[in-house]
Design a protein around this ligand. Structure first.
Ligand code: UDP
Ligand code: MG
Length: 175
C-alpha cells in the first residue's frame, strides 16, 4: 500500500472474557500500542443479550448463538469474568492493522504469531474462543462504535453529533 492510499481510521476493539481469564490485557495492549494505535475511548462492559444480538446481528439467528452469547458475555467463565474491555483505537490503517494483529477468526487456522493463533481455542461446544474482536471495515467500525459508546465517552468528535434536551439537561448524542 502506498503512502497516498493510507487512511486515518477508527476501529472498535473488544477484549473478550477469555482475554481477561487468561490475563492477556497488558500483552494485547502492548501489541496495539506498538502498532502506533492510540486509544481514544475505553470502558468495561457487562454484555446483555440485547447488546450481543445487536453487535453480532449477522449471527443472531445461527443455531450456535446461545453458546456464543455464553462465551461473549463471560457467563461461561463465572461471575468474576462477566465483562469485556472495549476500546476505540485510532491510527493509520487502524482497521486492517488490528485485523492483522488479531489473526484469522478460527484460532486453529490463525497464524501462531497473531493473538488468536497464540491464545485462542475452540470450546467443547464448538465456539471459537478467539480472545479479541475488531471491526472489519469502516462501515462496521462506525456501526459498532455507535452501538458501544456515547459521544462523550470518546475524547475526539469522530462522527457527527447532535445536542438534545433531556430532563432539562443538554445531552450529546450521535447524529
Ligand atoms: N464464531 C464462532 N463460530 C462460527 C462463527 C463465528 O464461534 O462459526 C464466533 C467467533 O468468536 C467470532 C465471532 O463469532 O469471532 C464473530 O464472527 P465473525 O464471523 O464476525 O468473525 P470475526 O469478525 O470475529 O473474525
Ligand atoms: Mg466480524
Amino acid at each position: 500500500m502506498t503512502e497516498a492510499t493510507k487512511k486515518h481510521q477508527y476501529t472498535l476493539i473488544i477484549l473478550k472474557p477469555d482475554a481477561l481469564v487468561k490475563y492477556l490485557t497488558g500483552n494485547i495492549l502492548t501489541h496495539l500500542l506498538e502498532a502506533r494505535l492510540r486509544i481514544v475511548g475505553a470502558k468495561v462492559v457487562k454484555v446483555s443479550r440485547e447488546l450481543a444480538e445487536l453487535h453480532y446481528e449477522h449471527l443472531k439467528d445461527e443455531p450456535f448463538f446461545d453458546d456464543l452469547y455464553e462465551y461473549f458475555s463471560g457467563k461461561a467463565y463465572g461471575p468474576d469474568y462477566e465483562r469485556v474491555l472495549v476500546f476505540v483505537s485510532e491510527g493509520v490503517d487502524a482497521i486492517s492493522k488490528v485485523r492483522r494483529i488479531a489473526g484469522a477468526t478460527n484460532p486453529l487456522e490463525a497464524d501462531p504469531i497473531t493473538i488468536r493463533g497464540a491464545y485462542g481455542r475452540i470450546s467443547k461446544k464448538g465456539i471459537m474462543e478467539n480472545v479479541i474482536h475488531c471491526s472489519d471495515s469502516e462501515e462496521s467500525a462506525k456501526r459498532e462504535i455507535h452501538l458501544w459508546f456515547d459521544p462523550d465517552e470518546i475524547i475526539e468528535e469522530i462522527y457527527p453529533t447532535k445536542t438534545v434536551i433531556k430532563n432539562n439537561y443538554e445531552v450529546t448524542e450521535w447524529a
